[in-house]
Design a protein around this ligand. Structure first.
Ligand code: BGC
Length: 366
């Protein structure tokens, strides 16, 4: 353990040396100017497939916030490739960013990047996903246990409305390597487990989906359904997985009869809700999340000490506190899909295309 730490420190020193040299050669060393010049920010997003959000929402809102503040930001997406993630990070670090914001693909590779950045004197922000044992300076996310609680309660409410007796519930969890997936499961299991125990619900199959891979989620659910035809409700951890489940249910003419949950309020998820194939989703106002992360980064880039991370999250591995901003998620059902439009996250035109026009009218979206 000790040896490991010393080895890391040594690597850190080497990295610091090389970055300082690089910064000098470009004449843009952000560390030594006493904050008089505004530094650059690097952002690495994880992929474009596990959820529509990374491609459609996060990058856009982050860019808007940095542009508005006149802070230069390099926003890239690792496309689900861990090697690519490291390469992007190396590039950003050697280009002399002052702040690095990451959404890790797993804690191990995330930590490697955070360690390198820290050794180069770069401030670090975990965005949305906490890097376990990563020691980022800040963490910006939602209350992810609460997200799970809303999913669990949403599913229970939908099952009640169907009047099923002791319905079998299947759980399709997010990536086992994403700390958020652990927190979501903690949240929904806190609602579901007591109901399995008292016999209100019947515990069915429960599986995690590697990398939140939607297609694989569909395959996993298809196997679950083949082995247990009686599944009456599905706790799917996000809208992408929910949609994969709904596709399988459609093939079996069961869509609409088996409530399915989701998360992210994607256009597809909201449309599935409008037509009655999906029970609920969880809306996380990504603009607020992007604004919170960029507020921290902009302050640091300008050489100021950020004051907005007033919360604290304890890293369950290192047991160290990380200064945090945790936002509040909202449950969305057919009754309040319009809230997501009102918040500007999705437009009526995007949502209410021809196939969904009637469902939109029925849900009071006009
Ligand atoms: C995020 C979710 C997202 C999932 C898959 C989680 O860490 O919090 O919003 O759906 O990753 O990308």
């Amino acid at each position: 353990m000790r040896k490991g730490l010393f080895a890391l420190a040594a690597v850190g020193l080497l990295a610091t040396g090389s970055v300082a040299a690089c910064g000098d050669s470009k004449g843009s060393d952000s560390g030594s100017s006493g904050g008089s010049t505004t530094g650059k920010v690097g952002v690495i997003l994880p992929d474009t497939k596990s959820s529509a959000r990374w491609a459609t929402a996060d990058a856009k809102y982050l860019k808007e916030a940095f542009d508005a503040a006149g802070v230069q930001a390099d926003i890239q997406n690792a496309q689900g490739d861990k090697t690519q993630f490291q390469t992007i990070a190396d590039g950003m670090i050697s280009s002399g960013v002052k702040v690095l914001i990451i959404v890790n693909l797993d804690s191990g590779t995330g930590k490697a990047v955070l360690d390198k950045a820290k050794a180069a004197g770069i401030a670090t922000i975990d965005y949305d996903r906490l890097t376990l044992n990563g020691g980022a300076d800040y963490y910006v996310s939602f209350d992810n246990v609460k997200v799970g609680e809303l999913q669990g309660q949403g599913l229970v409410d939908c099952l009640k409305a169907k009047n099923y007796t002791k319905p079998v519930v299947a759980e399709l969890n997010g990536a086992p390597t994403d700390n958020n997936a652990t927190l979501f499961a903690q949240g929904y299991d806190s609602v579901l487990n007591p109901l399995y125990t008292d016999g209100t619900l019947t515990k069915g199959p429960n599986q995690s989906v590697p990398d939140w891979d939607n297609a694989q989620g569909g395959t996993i659910f298809e196997q679950m359904l083949t082995q247990n035809k009686n599944i009456k409700g599905v706790l799917a951890a996000n809208d992408g997985l929910g949609n994969a489940v709904i596709s399988v249910l459609k093939k079996n003419k069961l869509n609409g009869q088996v409530p399915v949950t989701g998360q992210d309020a994607t256009t597809q998820g909201l449309q599935n809700i409008l037509v009655g194939d999906q029970c609920m989703t969880v809306y996380k106002a990504i603009k607020k999340e992007a604004d919170a992360a960029s507020e921290l980064a902009i302050a640091i880039a300008k050489g100021q000490k950020p004051t907005s991370a007033t919360g604290k999250v304890t890293d369950p591995e290192s047991k160290k506190d990380v200064a945090s901003v945790l936002l509040v998620p909202q449950a969305i059902t057919k009754a309040n899909v319009k809230d997501v439009i009102a918040d500007g996250f999705v437009t009526k035109d995007e949502l209410c295309t021809a196939d969904f026009a009637k469902a939109c009218t029925d849900a009071g979206i006009s």
